[in-house]
Design a protein around this ligand. Structure first.
Ligand code: N0T
Length: 492
C-alpha cells in the first residue's frame, strides 16, 4: 500500500534531495514519487546520464522508502517542456500538433513516429538502468509520461491525422467497446476528437511502456488531468486524449501494457472527489491517487480512498523546496499542512501490509466530511454505521449555548471501517464520531472496544475504550485503530 508523496516538478536533481527527505520523514510516507526527465538523461542524443537516478535510488534506500519514477517525456501536463533541446528545436523530425487553421500547437503529435522511437529508446534505457542498479526492488512502479493529452486543442488536424480521423475506427476498439463500426464521428459523435486523440496517445504510450516492460517488468500507470466528473458534455475540454474518466474504456483497449489509469485530484468538492474515486475504482482498474492537493482540505479524503480499496495515495508537492502550487494545494507547506497527512500515515505505515490484506478480504467503507459537515451513514450487515463531524465529544449534537467545536467549520474528519465478522469491525479515523446501531430490533451494546494495532500480523490491544470514551459514540481525535465487537439486547 503506497502511503506516498510526490515531490515538486524540479526536485529531480541530486543537489535537491537533501530538501526531500526531512519532509518525507515527517510525513511517515513509505513511497516517494519523483520525476526523471528526458532532458536530463539524454541531453545529447544517444548519450545517457543516469547519475540522478543512481543518487535517488541510493538515498531512497538510506531513507527506507520505495520509489515511483515519473517519466517526464513527450507529455508533461501535455506539453514537451521536459524533452531534450534536440527534440524541442526540431519540429520537422518531431512534429507538433497542427491546429484547425494549419498553425503549430505546442503539444507534440502522437502521430509522430520519430518522436515515439526517440522517447521509447530513452525510456527503455532508463528501465535498463533500473534493472541494473535496482536488484533490491526500491523502484516499485513507473509512470510513463505525465498528464498526457493536449490542452487547448482537441486533436491533431494535420493532413495525415485528418486522413486517419476520416477513416474507420480500428476494429479492436469498436469491438472492445461493443459499438458498431464507422468513422470516428459516426462512432463517437461529439466526443470524436477526444476519442481519436485518446486512442493515439494511449497507443503511443502503450508502445513506450511495452518496450520498457520487456526490459524490466514493473507495474506502469498513467495519470489523468481531470475534468468535472459529472459533466459528460464538456469532458473533452481538458487534456484531450489523456486518461480522463470518460475515456477509460478507450485507454483500456488501447494500452494493455498500462496496468491502471489514475486520477490526479485537485478538485476539493466532496461530491466530485468521491465521484472520481468511483470512476477509477473498477474491477479492471486498481485505484491509486498518484497526486492530490497537499492542502488541509484534501487530507481527509484518504479515508474514502482506503475504503474503496485503493493501492495508493499521494499528496503532491511534498518537499522543502518552498514552492507552493496554491490554489491547487497548500499556500505554505508548514507543519500543520504536513501533519494533516502525517496523522493517518503514522497509523497505517506500520500496518500497511495488514491493512492491504484486510481491505482485500473484507467489506470496507470509508467516509470523509462533506462540504456541509452533514451526518453520513451506510449499512454493513445488520448494522447502520453513522459518521458525524464537528461535535464536542460529550455532546449528542451542536448545542447553541456552547461555543462551536473548532472542527465545526474545518474541512477535516474521516474514517474507514472494515467488517471482519457480522458483529465485529475495525474502525480507524480522525476528527470524527462513529456510531453503530442495529437496522433491526434491539439496542446496540459494545462487548468490547479495543484500541490497538497489528504486530507480526496479529492484533495487539493497547487498551479498552469504555465509559466516557464510548458513551457518546466512538470519538476519534488523533487517528487510532479500534477493534469493535457489538451485540444487541432487548429485541423480544
Ligand atoms: C499537476 C501538478 C504538477 C480543480 C500541478 C495538475 C504535476 C501535474 N497538474 O501542480 O504540475 O506534474 O501532474 C493539473 C490541475 C488541474 C486543475 C484542476 C482544478
Amino acid at each position: 500500500m503506497v502511503l506516498g508523496a510526490q515531490v515538486h516538478n524540479s526536485t529531480n536533481y541530486t543537489e535537491m534531495l537533501p530538501q526531500v527527505w526531512p519532509t518525507i520523514k515527517a510525513l511517515h510516507a513509505n513511497t516517494v514519487e519523483v520525476p526523471v526527465a528526458w532532458e536530463q538523461i539524454e541531453p545529447v542524443e544517444g548519450q545517457f546520464d543516469f547519475s540522478f537516478v543512481d543518487a535517488l535510488v541510493r538515498q531512497a534506500r538510506e531513507n527506507n522508502v520505495r520509489l515511483v519514477l515519473l517519466w517526464f517525456g513527450t507529455w508533461k501536463n501535455s506539453g514537451p517542456s521536459y524533452t531534450p533541446e534536440w527534440v524541442k528545436t526540431n519540429p520537422g523530425r518531431f512534429p507538433r500538433m497542427t491546429n484547425r487553421s494549419g498553425g503549430m500547437h505546442f503539444v507534440l503529435s502522437p502521430h509522430g513516429r520519430n518522436t515515439l522511437q526517440a522517447d521509447k529508446r530513452a525510456f527503455t534505457r532508463l528501465m535498463q538502468h533500473i534493472r541494473k542498479i535496482d536488484t533490491r526492488h526500491t523502484v516499485i512502479m513507473v509512470q510513463p509520461e505525465n498528464e498526457a493529452g493536449s490542452l487547448g486543442l482537441s486533436r491533431d488536424f494535420s493532413a495525415e491525422a485528418q486522413q486517419l480521423f476520416e477513416g474507420p475506427v480500428p476494429s479492436e476498439l469498436v469491438q472492445a467497446l461493443g459499438r458498431n463500426p464507422g468513422n470516428w464521428s459516426q462512432v463517437f459523435g461529439v466526443h470524436a476528437d477526444q476519442a481519436f486523440n485518446a486512442w493515439y496517445v494511449a497507443r503511443y504510450i502503450d508502445e513506450v511502456a511495452a518496450a520498457g516492460k520487456a526490459v524490466l517488468n514493473l507495474p506502469m500507470f498513467c495519470n489523468a488531468a481531470l475534468t468535472n466528473p459529472f459533466d459528460e458534455a464538456n469532458a473533452g475540454g481538458g487534456a484531450s486524449g489523456g486518461p480522463n474518466w470518460n475515456v477509460i474504456n478507450i485507454w483500456k483497449a488501447a494500452a494493455p501494457h498500462i496496468d491502471f489509469v489514475a486520477p490526479d485530484i485537485y478538485d476539493r468538492k466532496h461530491k466530485h472527489y468521491l465521484a472520481f474515486l468511483d470512476h477509477y475504482a473498477r474491477p479492471d482498474n486498481a485505484l491509486m491517487i498518484p497526486e492530490t492537493g497537499n492542502a488541509l482540505d484534501f487530507a481527509r479524503f484518504i479515508w474514502p480512498v482506503l475504503g474503496k480499496g485503493a493501492i495508493g495515495f499521494a499528496p503532491f508537492g511534498m518537499d522543502g523546496t518552498s514552492y507552493s502550487n496554491f490554489p491547487l494545494g497548500a499556500p505554505v507547506l508548514d507543519d500543520t499542512a504536513i501533519d494533516a497527512f502525517a496523522a493517518s500515515y503514522r497509523l497505517f505505515a506500520p500496518i500497511a501490509e495488514d491493512w492491504a490484506r484486510i481491505a482485500l478480504e473484507n467489506p470496507t467503507w470509508g467516509v470523509a466530511r462533506d462540504d456541509e459537515g452533514s451526518d453520513q451513514s451506510t449499512v454493513m450487515g445488520r448494522w447502520r454505521i453513522t459518521a458525524q463531524f464537528g461535535l464536542w465529544q460529550m455532546k449528542e449534537k451542536n448545542d447553541p449555548r456552547l461555543r462551536p467545536h473548532p472542527n465545526a467549520t474545518r474541512m477535516v474528519g474521516g474514517a474507514v471501517v472494515a467488517q471482519l465478522a457480522p458483529d465485529e469491525f475495525l474502525v480507524a479515523g480522525r476528527d470524527i464520531r462513529m456510531r453503530f446501531a442495529p437496522t433491526g430490533a434491539g439496542s446496540m451494546e459494545f462487548l468490547s472496544v479495543e484500541e490497538g494495532t497489528f504486530v507480526d500480523g496479529k492484533w495487539k490491544m493497547r487498551r479498552r475504550w469504555n465509559g466516557d470514551q464510548t458513551d457518546f459514540g466512538l470519538n476519534f481525535v488523533e487517528p487510532v485503530m479500534l477493534k469493535v465487537r457489538l451485540h444487541t439486547f432487548g429485541e423480544a
